[in-house]
Design a protein around this ligand. Sequence first.
Ligand SMILES: [Zn+2]
Length: 243
Amino acid sequence: MTRLLFREDAYAKRCTATVTGISDRGVELDQTVFYATSGGQTGDTGTLSRPDGTVLPVITTVKDRETGRILHIIGDDHPLPEIGESLSAELDWENRHKLMRFHTCMHLLCAVIDGDVTGGNIAAHKARLDFNLPDAALDKDEITQKLNELIARNADVYDGEITVAELKANPELVRTMSVQPPMDGGAIRTITIEGIDFQPCGGTHVRKTGEIGKVAVSKIEKKGRQNRRINVVFADQDQPTTT
Ligand SMILES: [Zn+2]
């Protein structure tokens, strides 16, 4: 199994690693700073550098559905490294930091909106959560204001652990109906945003809510009879023309 360095330190940008497996275009490492697509958060991009100086682009990082192995997907037209080879793995930090900021902001959105989360997606230019809210009248500007108030509080964000038994005794802690928290090793990782939110989560977060920066709810969509999709962007970013 790959050691997940991003769980220990979300700010780790690079590491050395040894290739332990190759699967199609995917490279498995003994340890990594790359987060694999899961829980709606996009997998990391970056590079793997070989001892001879060759740089292999990692176009995304995925988790193999069957085996759970983390695979760094190397772009076409690039050679694959060999098993046993020692590499330097480095994140596209600018991209990952946006994902961390948005991800942390989605925890704040959970605190602002009182409803079960039915889905979500976090990309570098936009993040969204879907809530099961059949009758709610949601106001874009009001949610924007509440989010920015929580961001301005600059609350601490930190991780902890609860046992599987503790979680089973408190099922309301899981806000996301569609995604189960990671249950490796009998302990479940939790994320606390001081005074705002507490839930199981295996993702990457910023240390203080102030680091998220100003955000805006770009639109609220009705998805079916029950679901409301709330889309969030960074207030200072150039808006993409497509969604
Ligand atoms: Zn999280």
